[in-house]
Design a binder for this molecule. Structure first.
Ligand code: 13P
Ligand code: SF4
Length: 333
């Protein structure tokens, strides 16, 4: 394939549009490429099951950041969304990072353009800015600290009590952190399209059908959903809770991709996806961005090492500071 043409094509489509044989065994070819290229595949829990099964490491966004910081492979293949691959690049600027589909964005990251955040910062010069990792590299570059859903409380708690905070971009995670820390933070008004799609009425009905099930939820969900939950936590927190809690049934309010790994961990427990407002094929919530990646795109991006994730040197250096602070605080006992 002509690489210049391929690059041109990526600029238009966001991914490689190359035909592959109908009967191609993508899993086999991907494993071959992994060896040949000394590549590592990092995948988020929301990726389709076949991708999770072939990945070297599957985790939540914090675990994936730690992994990205320590890998010594030549090629980092990120099966997740753009901000996650960008974080891997920021942590490992010497390494080539590829993402199967550059369109795999995030509604939270989109809700917070850097110039708008800068305006809010200018209005509140005494505030520090804590941003959820679901943001662009440019937003991280003007942040003081980053956090993920699994360490947000710890990160906010690390800030002196008299220090005012702007928290962006997730209003639901922010509101929950305000509640659990007792801090009065200024919240950005962004949200996750997937976690805001859960229907409280349908959830209550589902609970009537499974009265012994424990409701567990990701903190990007709205307050009325979180109020029904016995446990609130990140994707890895939810898996761990289902594993360690003696209950036999769980209603899981997060993206449905998590059920794959969760079910592997608790083969004898019943997992019920929390219902979304709009019924779709699985009557659950799927992230349209996470699901842009598939095995064919994963294979192609490894074969051609395209599309590549780039971050300018200036932004990389600035964005690394709040991410590194987060990793340092997060690993404190
Ligand atoms: P986690 O940090 O819990 O993996 O969540 C990432 C995410 O995008 C949730 O929608
Ligand atoms: Fe972004 Fe929501 Fe998709 Fe997570 S589930 S990547 S927060 S749009």
């Amino acid at each position: 394939m002509n690489l210049d043409k391929a690059k041109e094509n990526i600029q238009k489509a966001g991914f490689l549009e190359v035909e592959t044989p109908k009967d191609m065994d993508f899993a086999k070819e991907i494993l071959k490429l992994k060896k040949e290229k000394n590549a590592v595949i990092l995948a988020h829990y929301y990726q389709e099951p076949a991708i999770q099964d072939i990945a070297d490491f599957v985790g939540d966004s914090l675990q994936l950041s730690y992994k990205a910081a320590e890998v010594d492979a030549d090629l980092i293949v990120f099966a997740g969304v753009h901000f996650m691959a960008e974080t891997a690049k920021i942590l490992n600027p010497q390494k080539k990072v590829v993402l199967p589909d550059l369109n795999a964005g995030c509604s939270l990251a989109d809700s917070c353009p850097p110039d708008a955040l800068q305006k809010l910062k200018d209005k509140h010069p005494d505030h520090i800015v804590i941003t959820y990792v679901n943001t662009s590299a440019e937003v991280k570059a003007i942040s003081d600290l980053c956090c993920t859903s699994s360490n947000a409380k710890k990160i906010v708690d690390s800030v002196p009590l008299d220090q005012p905070i702007i928290f962006a971009p997730d209003r639901n995670l922010g509101a929950w952190i305000k509640k659990v820390t007792g801090r009065d933070m200024l919240l950005w008004d962004g949200a996750c399209v997937v976690h805001e799609a859960f229907s409280i009425d349908k959830l209550i009905n589902t609970h009537k059908t499974y009265p012994n099930a424990k409701i567990i939820a990701h903190p990007e969900s709205e307050d009325h959903i979180l109020k029904t939950a016995e446990y609130i936590g990140s994707t890895s927190g939810l898996i761990n809770y289902a594993k360690t809690n003696p209950a036999k049934e769980f209603i899981v309010a997060t993206e449905a991709g998590i059920l794959h790994e969760m079910q592997k961990e608790v083969p004898n427990k019943k997992l019920i996806p929390a219902p979304a407002v709009e019924d779709n094929s699985c009557a659950c919530s799927e992230c349209p961005y996470m699901k842009m990646n598939n095995m064919q795109k994963l294979y192609l991006c490894m074969k051609y090492e395209l599309p590549e994730v780039h971050v300018s040197e200036d932004i990389q250096k600035k964005a690394l500071i709040p991410i590194q602070r987060m990793l340092d605080i997060s690993s404190r006992k």
